[in-house]
Design a protein around this ligand. Structure first.
Ligand code: FAD
Length: 510
């Protein structure tokens, strides 16, 4: 006799019956054909059949006839091999209502190895199933809403492992390779520094931030990313009495490349309009100043002549009428000159700021792109590896380089045949920044190297609408910024314009 049997022998025999009778779970005992021989009170409670009513009936009385036949075949195949079976069956109570039963059937094997009885135990799991289905439905609903969203959404655990993502995020993986979320989080971490660390430590949400991803040989991609945290109670058994929380990070990613392109186009167009206006005003200033300068010369001669005439006439005692008339004419001319001088527009009042010449040059090249493409000019742009910071007026400096680059494009266009190249470089020296614009045009003759910076000097002639003010204005801007502009005499395969400006030292150069 086994040890267990020995132990139970000491228990009163009615104890087993009472235990089964009072068990909270529905229990039934059947013969080998599933005819019910015994059912406990919990069985009666679940099925609605009184204990006396059910005895003698087959268990199939409970079948609602929707459970697939295969389930019953499996059930019987299993228990006939003297193995317990467990599964879900759709049952019908005495009143016709249905419930989902979690049924376990255990063959009761005799000492001879025969199965004469089966022990059936069942629980009504309708409510559990309803809740499970509800959760499943909600999950499906959430997943389909998330999937339909026009922004990429990705859920990560605290180790930045992706747990859930949506259709838009999968498209991002296609574009950027794996794993865009991790790359964007790294970019956010670098951009935000301590703010990011604090947000992670305190699980604080972060509003949308603009982040860029740079991939080799690919254009920069811009995204707007926002981070929200939420916590979940651990569902493991360990955490049943001692709740543990897990934090998850929800990253929402919106591709703002198009928006950035539009913003950039607006910025460049604004710059183009500003430079055009500045060029117009500066041209007007230079023209009026030039005109005043030119008129002053004959005016001074006339003044001298009038003085001479006056002296002569007075010594000869002659009539002073012609002199008076001349003086009248001179007074009128002086007034006209003063009026003209007053019309010279002032320099635009532009704030002094720290400027990276690399950005200025890149902007000016962008402005010149249509001309460069139209002329089929190959551009080589070599920015400095460090920021080329100078202090000054952004629009004036942009205009300075625009004049030089416009001249370089025209020079290349002048040359028939040969290379059509433009090379723009920016270098940072210990105390100054040097920007060079080299073109493959005809170059500038040695005797003209200084003249070209004089107002109204032009090699192109008025027929081409050239006033000869471009380089004069560029030089004026360089001087106003404490720098210089010159033509490299050693450059012989075209023209190399060199602009040198002091490194950032703040203050105005006005
Ligand atoms: P069928 O599967 O077509 O068979 C009709 C009857 O023939 C069966 O009820 C059974 O008495 C007998 N039978 C069928 N196959 C075999 C076989 N291979 N060997 C011996 N006899 C067989 N069903 C439920 O729907 N709900 C329950 O809660 C439920 N509880 C059960 C509890 C126990 C302990 C056992 C042994 C069976 C239980 N069954 C239950 C199964 C039930 O006996 C039927 O098999 C099932 O209801 C299918 O009904 P049916 O009329 O289509 O029967």
């Amino acid at each position: 006799m086994s040890k267990t049997a020995q132990n139970t022998d000491s228990l009163p025999s009615h104890l087993f019956r009472q235990a089964v009778e009072q068990a909270a779970q529905a229990i039934s005992i059947t013969d080998a054909r599933a005819n019910i021989l015994y059912a406990n009170s919990a069985f009666a409670r679940i099925t609605g059949y009184g204990q006396d009513e059910i005895v003698g009936h087959n268990e199939s009385i409970l079948s609602y006839r929707v459970t697939p036949k295969l389930v019953y075949e499996t059930l019987w195949a299993q228990i006939q091999r003297q193995r317990p079976w467990n599964g879900l069956l759709v049952n019908k109570r005495k009143d016709g209502s249905r419930y989902l039963a979690d049924v376990t059937i255990t063959p009761v094997v005799s000492e001879e190895g025969e199965t004469a009885f089966y022990l059936g135990m069942q629980r009504d799991v309708t409510e559990v199933h309803r809740l499970e289905r509800q959760v499943q439905n909600q999950k499906t609903l959430i997943e389909s809403v998330v999937d339909a969203a026009q922004v990429a959404i990705v859920l990560l655990d605290e180790n930045e492992r992706v747990l859930l993502d949506n259709h838009e995020y999968k498209k991002l993986i296609g574009d950027l390779g794996k794993e865009p979320a991790v790359r964007l989080l790294a970019a956010l971490r670098e951009q935000l520094g301590d703010v990011w660390q604090e947000a992670c430590d305190k699980h604080r949400n972060l509003p949308a931030r603009e982040v860029s991803i740079v991939a080799p040989n690919r254009p920069v991609r811009w995204f707007s990313c926002s981070v929200s945290w939420f916590e979940e109670h651990d569902v493991g058994a360990d955490a049943f009495y001692e709740p543990m929380r897990r934090h998850y990070l929800l990253l929402t990613i919106q591709d703002i490349g198009e928006l950035k392109r539009q913003q950039e186009a607006i910025r460049i167009n604004g710059l183009r309009a500003l430079l055009a206006e500045q060029e117009r005003v500066q041209g007007l200033r230079e023209t009026l100043a030039g005109a005043v300068y030119r008129l002053e010369e004959p005016f001074n001669v006339l003044s001298a002549v009038a003085g001479l005439l006056e002296r002569r006439l007075s010594t000869q005692g002659a009539d002073g009428v012609p002199v008076q008339a001349l003086e009248e004419a001179l007074r009128n001319s002086r007034e006209a000159l003063d009026t003209l001088r007053a019309c010279i527009p002032e320099h635009a009042d532009e704030a002094v700021q720290t400027i990276d010449l690399n950005e200025t040059l890149a902007d000016v090249l962008k402005l010149a792109t249509p001309q460069l493409l139209g002329a089929g000019i190959v551009v080589e742009w070599l920015p400095s590896d460090k920021p080329a910071t100078v202090s000054g007026h952004a629009a004036q400096l942009a205009n300075l380089f625009k004049q030089i680059i416009d001249n370089a494009v025209e020079a290349v266009n002048e040359r028939r045949g040969g290379k059509r190249e433009l090379r723009v470089t920016c270098r940072v020296h210990p105390d100054h920044v040097e920007a060079c614009v080299e073109d493959s045009g005809p170059g500038i003759a040695a005797e003209l190297r200084y003249k070209v910076f004089q107002p109204f000097f032009t090699t192109k002639g008025a027929a081409k609408n050239h006033l000869g003010l471009g380089l004069a204005m560029a030089q004026e801007a360089a001087t106003r910024h404490g720098g210089s502009i010159d033509i490299d005499p050693d450059y012989r395969i075209g023209c190399r314009m060199r602009v040198q400006l002091p490194m950032t030292n703040g203050g105005s150069h006005d």
